[in-house]
Design a protein around this ligand. Sequence first.
Ligand SMILES: NC(=O)c1ccc[n+]([C@@H]2O[C@H](COP(=O)([O-])OP(=O)(O)OC[C@H]3O[C@@H](n4cnc5c(N)ncnc54)[C@H](O)[C@@H]3O)[C@@H](O)[C@H]2O)c1
Length: 326
Amino acid sequence: MKVVITGAAGFLGKKLSQRLAGNVTLTGRSGKPEAITKVTLFDVVEPEAPNDKRFTTATGDVADKALMDKLIDAETDSVFHLAGVVSSGAEADFDLGYHVNLDGTLAVLDTMRRLPHTPRIVFTSSLATYGGEFNKSIDDATPQTPQTSYGVQKTIGELLINDYSRKGFIDGRSLKLPTIFVRPGKPNKAASTFASSIVRDPLQGTRAVCPVTRDVKMAFLSPRRTIDAFVHAHELPGEAWGPWRSCNLPAITYSIDEIVKAMEKIAGPGPVSRIDWVPDPMIQKIVATWPGTVGWEKAKRLGFKADANIDEIIKAFIDEDMVKVA
Ligand SMILES: NC(=O)c1ccc[n+]([C@@H]2O[C@H](COP(=O)([O-])OP(=O)(O)OC[C@H]3O[C@@H](n4cnc5c(N)ncnc54)[C@H](O)[C@@H]3O)[C@@H](O)[C@H]2O)c1
């Protein structure tokens, strides 16, 4: 079977590519587990392909419909649609956000609906689809009233996945991701990026700024569990999702203070002393629109798994992704 990953050069795209390069089978158009024979990694920047001859790369704009028609062809069984402009990026550049997050998703879906079979798609939505007056304690039934353009774009994406699935054009599933933490590499344009920075950078020997107060609470999932979730979401039968083809992914909620204390317990006082506390009212305001506690009953019912606790997440970063830079 052929799989396409959009946004394959990004943080999660790279990790998903590595996972599919292992000995993984996925449910193909036969409805049975099939060997993956081709994987196309697509991004606006050149993705890094694993050393595996089944993998090829392609570059371009996900909103370029003619390009999508070439990329997602009759051979394609499944698409993992990860390409996107993240929260602060979409907030800072209104046109770019709508172009990539909405026009891009429409281009992918419209190409998929013209295929002679019914392909599967896993769409990466976000908890940023919640907000405003309903943001305090959310679950799968909370109205999606996003307070950012990014959240609106992801909400529309989920509605499109529902409608295209209802029509039988695709077999879609949307995952509302919490903050995926700890993100390796460099900070990105997500408003949540500081949460990873204050763990990753001090552990790696450099300083990081925390722009929010210690009482701020955020919902997290580790990269490892996120990739497990992408594969699990793909494998679930379409009927399992019901008409609303989306769920909140399992998330555990911790305050910044609890994160810092866990880091100190695991790595001693050195890394924590490399955090500079410099408030940024704009980030604090965006973070305040995110949900405090997250219910994920549907994900539980569907067999998705959460991390055990914050210690497990920090230790996983140290084991899998930490780079000693100083
Ligand atoms: N990481 C998180 O905490 C998180 C949380 C919620 C939702 N998500 C969503 O999950 C997906 C993957 O997240 P990530 O953390 O890997 O983000 P990322 O920014 O690392 O990766 C996104 C990729 O999309 C690519 N892209 C941007 N514009 C493009 C275009 N016009 N055409 C093709 N590719 C384009 C980027 O080059 C990048 O490689 C995104 O859609 C994001 O919105 C992530």
